[in-house]
Design a protein around this ligand. Structure first.
Ligand SMILES: Nc1ncnc2c1ncn2[C@@H]1O[C@H](COP(=O)(O)OP(=O)(O)O)[C@@H](O)[C@H]1O
Ligand SMILES: [Mg+2]
Length: 456
């Protein structure tokens, strides 16, 4: 049977065209459970398309109840879909999927068997001879750091060690696909952190006992630290909202450049069920790539005052004369001039400032037209304002905490300067009526009438 290589979630900005062969593919998978007493059915999953390719870790990220475990069970062939198709290593999945080994949140160890016997169980079921079984189990136990605990019983082990047994039991099968359902969620924070980085290290070392991994989690750090692709699942019923490609180098650290931006964007997606994941993901690229040119610290009133004066002098003026006449600090004057140039209202050449046609129109227009011109120039020429407006548009209700933008600016500027940048951007944006600022809540929001607008 042919396996298509097309990306089923194609079109999402974070998904890349990938030529790697697909190991597992779900097409149009739906699942409904019958309600008791013949009261119809409860739809848990709707029209799921996804692909897991050779050599990648895919994270399935969604909040509790979004249908992650149900989807995992369907992909593993433990329960059938109500409709749709799962193809694994080229074969349709019609019963337990032989290409998959599973790790569960609950560890799912048999308490009456030793570590060694638990790990050997799957091999025994496959009829692997005793000695080979023993050797492979010992190797897997060693790999997860449980050397010396072969004869221990599960009740003698800590949670972290139990999950290591869970991993060894999956590793020993050397499956094409390793499925992990919230493998770190049942552990305390520190143990989870350790185990996660060990899994990450094993993967990065290149001798991982599976070719691809599907990691189900509700934890964003799990996804960003481990996955090549994150599939974001929405709830009620479970559906794929979008896919994020994560190309941070391995081994990954929370402190590495780009980590926080990706995490922020995914966090925004998770906390705004109606937000457009694609737009948020496009925002990551913008944030990572745009070096926001610093805004001059100039209030709009100062800039327009200066432009008016130049206009009165016939549209051109020597800068030194201007400084003397205005009795302005040179630094302040330069900030105004910088702002006028950035906005395309003025040009500066050989010590003189000249109004552009737009600059002249700006000073000579009435207040509404001036605002309109300012808005147009600002959106076109000031990436920071464009970024703020687009981010607000992609957020639920068109509003965001100012703190979010401050965090983004902190990546580009020292803390004080980041704050001043935001202050200036907010002053310009309010003047242009691009957004409003609620000082009590420290929140930026789109003006009501632009909520339905297209991205700037
Ligand atoms: N066998 C079942 N019968 C009825 N409802 C189920 C069954 N299994 C899961 N569900 C329901 O499906 C929804 C998704 O569950 P689950 O897949 O466990 O979500 P998640 O793993 O994302 O927390 C939940 O509302 C759950 O109650
Ligand atoms: Mg679950």
């Amino acid at each position: 049977m042919a396996v298509t290589l097309t990306n089923p979630v194609g079109g999402s900005a974070g998904a890349v065209a990938d030529a790697r062969p697909v190991l597992l593919q779900a097409t149009g998978v739906c699942k409904a459970f019958d309600l008791p007493d013949g009261n119809g059915a409860f739809t848990v999953l709707q029209d799921i398309h996804l692909a897991i390719r050779e050599g990648e870790i895919v994270a399935l990220l969604g909040k509790s109840g979004s249908g992650k475990s149900t989807l995992l069970r369907i992909l593993a062939g433990l329960i059938p879909p109500s409709s749709g198709l799962v193809v694994s290593c080229g074969k349709p999945v019609l019963g337990p999927n032989p290409d998959v080994a599973m790790v569960f949140q609950s560890f799912a160890l048999l308490p009456w068997l030793t570590v060694q016997e638990n790990v050997e169980l799957g091999l025994k079921a496959r009829g692997v001879p005793r000695e080979e079984r023993r050797q492979r189990a010992l190797q897997a136990i060693d790999r997860v750091g449980l050397d010396g605990f072969e004869s221990a019983y599960p009740k003698e082990l800590s949670g972290g060690m139990k999950q290591r047994v869970g991993l060894a039991r999956a590793f020993v099968m050397q499956p094409p696909l390793l499925f992990m359902d919230e493998p770190f969620s049942g552990l305390d924070v520190l143990t989870a952190e350790n185990l996660r980085s060990e899994v990450a290290d094993l993967w990065a070392a290149g001798n991982f006992p599976a070719r691809s991994v599907l990691l189900v989690t509700h934890n964003i750090d799990d996804a960003v630290l481990l996955a090549d692709h994150v599939i974001i699942l929405g709830a009620n019923p479970g559906h794929v909202r979008g896919e994020v490609h994560i190309d941070l180098p391995r081994p990954r650290e929370r402190t590495m450049p780009g980590y926080e931006q990706i995490k922020d964007a995914i966090y925004l997606a998770m906390t705004n069920p109606e937000a457009d994941v694609q737009q948020l993901i496009a925002g990551i690229d913008r944030r990572a790539e745009t070096r926001f040119a610093p805004l001059p610290h100039a209030r709009v009133g100062g800039v327009s005052g200066l432009l008016e004066l130049v206009d009165e002098r016939g549209g051109a003026q020597d800068i030194a004369e201007l400084a003397g006449e205005l009795n302005l600090d040179t630094d302040d004057l330069l900030q105004f001039l910088d702002a006028a140039r950035l906005l395309g209202f003025a040009e500066i050449q050989s010590g003189a400032v000249t109004l552009t046609p737009v600059g002249r129109a700006f000073v000579e227009a009435d207040i509404l037209e001036s605002k309109e011109l300012f808005r147009r120039q600002a959106l076109e020429r000031v990436p920071l304002l464009r970024f703020i407006v687009n981010t607000l548009k992609s957020s639920k209700r068109g509003a965001m905490d100012a703190e979010f933008f401050l965090d983004v600016l902190d990546e580009h500027f020292p803390a004080d300067e980041a704050r001043r940048q935001l202050e200036t951007a907010v002053e310009w944006g309010r003047y242009a009526e691009l957004f409003e600022y609620d000082a009590d809540k420290s929140r930026l929001r789109l003006p009501d009438e632009s909520l339905a607008g297209a991205p700037a």
